[in-house]
Design a protein around this ligand. Structure first.
Ligand code: CAA
Length: 262
């Protein structure tokens, strides 16, 4: 259930099964402030709780997915403001509690907190004009929403160090080559392509989709042996669902599966 009146995001559904959230502070290139992160968290939770929604997309404008945390909002912060106010984690990590898949559709700048927000999504589809970076070093700080942790996991140490230490941007091609983004598409095809993926996911068993997300995420948390065991147990548990019977029966009988998410 939506509990806030949204001012800096726009929310819509597509085909009654995909939730689309558009960041909308155009004058600030979608710089992320507390209000925006509150609204984003609220919309994500509402879509996550909506049985009809099978996948969520977060996107920005052509020019900017998000140009980072709002620098004007934090420019005068003291250590006490940042620490006591739990700056960033308080409302930035709601997205990590979302159990349905969240795809970032990125065009233009995804910098600092914008890059970190995209990395908190389950995967990133980028337009060919996308630019990623962690320029916080230029401001006398470092990434504060997971950039130094998720970027090396995505692109390896060398490139993560290069980006975090020089503050340079990488373009969509480099981001795809290095594993940060799953697909690069022409700018005018970004929403079509992302929506295509989201609709596809929404038609699968929601239970299997959530289990797949949970299991892939587990790969970044513990040991390989634990991860493999976690996956196996989840895999076994899916044989308790109607969707497994339906999916396999449909294959055997050469028909299209219709999942009921049970
Ligand atoms: N915070 C607040 N305002 C921002 C912003 C940000 N992160 N990024 C852009 N804006 C504002 C600009 O101040 C400008 O406002 P005015 O029109 O009022 O002057 C407006 O958006 C348009 O920006 P530019 O005129 O700079 O546009 P450009 O095309 O010349 O440059 C850009 C685009 C390269 C993205 C440049 O705006 C830029 O470098 N932005 C800052 C990027 C950055 O440092 N991000 C990291 C923030 S720190 C962080 O994110 C911490 C963390 O880990 C969570």
């Amino acid at each position: 259930e939506i509990t806030l009146a949204y001012e800096v995001i726009e929310v819509r559904t597509e085909a009654d099964k995909v939730g689309v959230i558009t960041l909308n502070r155009p004058k600030q290139l979608n710089a992320l402030n507390s209000q925006l992160m509150d609204e984003l968290g609220d919309a994500l939770k509402a879509f996550d709780a909506d049985e009809k929604i099978g996948c969520i997309i977060i996107t920005g404008s052509e020019k900017a997915f998000a140009a980072g945390a709002d620098i004007t909002a934090m420019a005068k912060f003291s250590f006490a403001d940042a620490y006591k106010g739990d700056f960033i984690t308080r409302n930035w990590e709601t997205i990590r509690t979302i159990r349905k898949p969240v795809i970032a559709a990125v065009s233009g700048f995804a910098l600092g907190g914008g890059c970190e927000l995209a990395m908190m999504c389950d995967f990133i589809i980028a337009a060919d004009n996308a630019k990623f970076g962690q320029p916080e070093i230029k401001l006398g700080v470092i990434p504060g929403a997971g950039g130094t942790q998720r970027l090396p996991r995505a692109v390896g140490k060398a490139k993560a160090m290069d980006l975090a230490l020089t503050g340079r941007m990488m373009d969509a091609q480099e981001a795809e080559r290095s594993g940060l983004v799953s697909r690069v598409v022409p700018l005018d095809k970004l929403m079509e392509e992302t929506l295509g993926a989201a609709l596809q996911i929404s038609d699968f068993s929601q239970i299997a989709v959530m289990a797949a997300k949970e299991s892939v995420n587990r790969a970044f948390e513990g040991t390989l042996a634990d991860g493999v065991m976690f996956e196996r147990r989840l895999f076994h548990s899916l044989f308790a669902t109607s969707d497994q019977k339906e999916g396999m029966d449909a294959f055997v009988n050469k028909r299209k599966a219709v999942f009921t998410h049970q």
